[in-house]
Design a protein around this ligand. Structure first.
Ligand SMILES: Nc1nc2c(c(=O)[nH]1)N[C@H]1C(S)=C(S)[C@@H](COP(=O)(O)OP(=O)(O)OC[C@H]3O[C@@H](n4cnc5c(=O)[nH]c(N)nc54)[C@H](O)[C@@H]3O)O[C@H]1N2
Ligand SMILES: Nc1nc2c(c(=O)[nH]1)N[C@H]1C(S)=C(S)[C@@H](COP(=O)(O)OP(=O)(O)OC[C@H]3O[C@@H](n4cnc5c(=O)[nH]c(N)nc54)[C@H](O)[C@@H]3O)O[C@H]1N2
Ligand code: SF4
Ligand SMILES: [Mo]
Length: 726
């Protein structure tokens, strides 16, 4: 895809499409209502049906246009706060996932060797019985802890968790330690909350983005908010060793040396404190540990940081002063995938502390209203059995400040291999592709070899399903119900806009069926998906029909609380610049410089980072996205390429200490000379992905496993590689 088209596509096409519908067919703003009035909504036939996207975790509101029982178009729903009428390019292409010729449309049972990819079709009865009998045998022989469960953020995850807690296993692997553990744990330690909400209002003047590539790693509403802020003249400082599309939109791009964002932010703290630029009243009233912080950052001058970060002391000092001058209308963005180096937790702490110093609380940051399900009805269930076994990832004994629900997935995988502190025997995986998303792919395959049984719930034979014993086909997000999603003062529905193809079933159905076969039926007290949603809606007095036709119903208005004294859910009730919780378990209570490792001479930092036309490791087989995606290549700085006699398009071998890949070069000025960048998500192992197989190389095969000792996040930029022409 040309840069030109990709830039245009993900926001503007959505806006144009929604606008065209508004004029032509009286859809927005009261889309569903107008469509219903016009007799166009028929939730199981032709018409325009409101639902939610699931091409990534952002869950934008969509309107599906259905003709003759087929989805023909997907547009953004203006009545949903996550989309505000827009779908990104992945969202608009979502129907190609649903109509992927490689969809798994009946349960499959492996017949060949693992990894050979030979499966036979089975009935649901047989596949579920086989899965349940293996899970029961493992439980009986080795205890429930011998069964690993893993899944990535999705709406039915609540019932996935129900299944695993009812079964009694403590071993839950999620994407979080590969994604945002550093950010979440830092915010918990500083503010007592996972991720404060960011406010992009008219007055926002100054934004520092640390590797948050919002123009490509898209969250439609926030990407739009940033674009609007830029259009209004906000100053954006963007730190990234790579010139991304966000760099192109920013006021200034600072190609920082990887792993040294911590030094940059420590120096900002130094200037803001030493020059008295912080918000004294806010700091005195609402924070804890300022004196210790001031002493701690005394030596972290811009002159100290300059050679480390390769950003001049003048630039650092200017940014510190301008940021503080703009405050409180200033925001240092934590980022999202903050798993880069073993010092990423400290980087995140420094960013969180920086925001607190300039007093931007309730101006550019606030407590997240969250997606609370508090007012929805719950499904009755008995209490969970107690699990006495320790977790394989040794949370919390080895990772005392990592919340159990985050876990440390790569550590869990490594301890499946070592068999310490005990051996796991089974793995149940849903909506996740750990063969691709965990670092050091050969280790993940080694862990699979230790398994007596692996089952995967997916819509295609992804790389993980390829190595599984049973594949349970889920209905796609356009074919099924999921539990409701409350956002703000409404609750939104994902509903089937077409009938499931083949024999695909919703996760709500699959987990209930398995639960019953495992003797855990009491934990799944819903007749079917519609009954599940009716139980959720009961306290609201809303009907299923109502929410299906409008796409949402209102939550009861809660009384505006009186202005109260600010308080944070930390042990002290204040924003903790100094954290005693950290100090008590042997970590630094203050942000502290930790030198990250650097590549030896002749090697490069291996960067990863999202592209606008793909989500993680699950959309590369989408035929539409495939058609317009850039060919994945290895970016190499043009000066370095010239020195080595390499030219654009050359095939190279890229190798780390754990893996090797072959890929064509993109020779570009848009990357630091000491870095290479490889598009993630390619180099698939599954031949069941006929569109994606054979394209690109896998960075996961190259990534070495390094874990941040505080937050447990995987250090994805800490892999060093050699590049040679082949
Ligand atoms: N299109 C699209 N959008 C997505 C996703 C997707 O897969 N596709 N995934 C969603 C998810 S789950 C997430 S977590 C977010 C992730 O969104 P982001 O947090 O923006 O993360 P990435 O795109 O993974 O990486 C961002 C940048 O970090 C840079 N980088 C690498 N190492 C360093 C370093 O040491 N310092 C600095 N300053 N920069 C560094 C990389 O060059 C890259 O450009 O995107 C979300 N949105
Ligand atoms: N090298 C490298 N590694 C990374 C990252 C990186 O940038 N580079 N990013 C990290 C980040 S930020 C994250 S969040 C993780 C993400 O990695 P994972 O947590 O593994 O998630 P995905 O790759 O999105 O895998 C989603 C799976 O769900 C399947 N799927 C799609 N729709 C459905 C459905 O309706 N039902 C079911 N049951 N399955 C469905 C897809 O086919 C795919 O197999 O990866 C991390 N690992
Ligand atoms: S950001 Fe794009 S892919 Fe993600 S939910 Fe929204 S439209 Fe779908
Ligand atoms: Mo992520």
């Amino acid at each position: 895809m040309s840069n030109d088209l990709s830039r245009r596509s993900f926001l503007q096409l959505g806006a144009v499409a929604a606008g065209a519908l508004a004029v032509g067919q009286m859809l927005p703003p009261a889309v569903a209502q107008a469509a219903q009035d016009a007799g166009m909504v028929n939730t199981r036939g032709d018409g325009f049906i409101p639902s939610m996207c699931e091409m990534c975790v952002w869950r934008c509101g969509l309107i599906a246009k259905v003709r003759n029982g087929r989805v023909v178009k997907l547009d953004g729903n203006p009545e949903h706060p996550h989309s505000k009428g827009h779908l990104c390019v992945r969202g608009q292409s979502g129907l190609y996932n649903t109509y992927d010729p490689d969809r798994v449309l009946s349960p499959l049972i492996r017949v060949g060797r693992r990894g050979e990819g030979r499966f036979r079709k089975a009935t649901w009865e047989e596949a579920l019985d086989l899965t349940a009998s293996n899970m029961l045998a493992i439980k009986q022989q080795y205890g429930p802890e011998a069964m690993v469960f893993s899944s990535t953020h999705n709406l039915s995850q609540v019932q996935f968790e129900n299944l695993l807690y009812a079964y009694g296993s403590p071993n839950y692997g999620t994407q979080r330690s590969l994604c945002f553990n550093a950010m979440i744990v830092a915010n918990l330690m500083t503010y007592g909350m996972e991720e404060p909400e960011r406010i992009y209002d008219e007055q926002l003047e100054y934004i520092i983005l640390t590797g948050r590539n919002l123009m490509e790693a898209v969250s439609t509403s926030e990407t739009g908010d940033l674009s609007d802020a830029i259009a209004r003249g906000a100053h954006v400082v963007y730190l990234d060793p790579r010139f991304t599309k966000t760099a192109a939109k920013a006021s200034e791009w600072l190609p920082i040396r990887p792993g040294t964002d911590l030094a940059f932010h420590l120096a900002l703290l130094n200037v803001i404190i030493s020059e008295n630029l912080y918000d004294r009243a806010f700091v005195e009233r609402y924070t804890l540990g300022f004196e210790q912080l001031a002493e701690q950052v005394q030596s972290y001058t811009p002159e100290w940081a300059a050679p480390i970060t390769e950003i001049s002391a003048d630039t650092i000092r200017r940014i510190a002063r301008d940021f503080a001058a703009a405050a409180p209308h200033a925001l240092a963005h934590n980022g999202w995938r903050t798993s880069n180096f073993v010092n990423s937790f400290q980087t995140q702490r420094a960013i969180s502390v920086l925001n607190a110093l300039v007093g931007n609380w309730n101006v550019t940051m606030r407590a997240s209203a969250g997606e609370s399900s508090g007012t929805l009805g719950t499904i009755p269930q008995p209490p969970y059995p107690r699990s006495s076994a320790q977790r394989l990832d040794r949370v919390p004994s080895r990772f005392p400040v990592v919340p159990l629900k985050l876990g440390v997935f790569q550590e869990l995988r490594d301890n499946i291999i070592t068999g310490q502190p005990y051996q796991a025997h089974g793995w149940f995986i849903s909506r996740q592709n750990p063969v691709m998303s965990l670092p050091d792919r050969s280790k993940t395959l080694q862990a699979f070899e230790k398994m007596d049984f692996i089952a995967t719930v997916d819509i295609i034979v992804n790389d993980t399903a390829w190595f599984s014993d049973v594949i349970l086909p889920e209905a796609s997000y356009l074919e099924r119900y999921d539990p409701l999603l409350p956002v703000g003062d409404r609750v939104y529905i994902r509903q089937p806009v077409i009938e499931p193809q083949g024999e695909a079933k919703s996760a709500l159905w699959i987990y209930k069926q398995l639960g019953e076969r495992l003797g855990l039926g009491d934990y799944f007290q819903y007749e079917d998906e519609e009954d599940y949603i009716r139980q959720q809606l009961a306290p609201l007095g809303a009907t299923l029909e109502e929410i299906r036709s409008r796409g949402y119903v209102d939550l009861p208005a809660h009384e505006e609380s009186e202005e109260t004294e600010l308080a944070w859910n930390t042990p002290s009730g204040k924003i903790e610049l100094y954290s005693d919780t950290l100090a008590r378990v042997g970590f630094s209570g203050l942000p502290v410089w930790e030198e990250p490792p650097a590549p030896p001479a002749g090697q490069f930092y291996l960067l990863t980072g999202k592209v606008a036309q793909a989500t993680q490791f699950g959309t590369q087989n989408n035929q539409m996205l495939h058609k317009y995606a850039d060919e994945p290549r290895l970016w190499l700085n043009e000066g370095v390429a010239a020195d080595r006699g390499l030219v654009d398009g050359d095939w190279v071998e890229v190798s780390s200490e754990v893996g090797t890949g072959h890929i064509r070069l993109l020779v570009t000025p848009a990357i630091r000379p000491d870095c290479v960048y490889l598009t993630p998500g390619y180099g698939h192992l599954s031949r069941g992905l006929t569109t994606a197989f054979g394209v690109g190389a896998s960075d996961s095969a190259l990534h070495v496993t390094y874990t941040d000792p505080v937050s447990g996040s995987q250090a994805l930029t800490q892999t060093f590689v050699t590049v040679r022409k082949v």
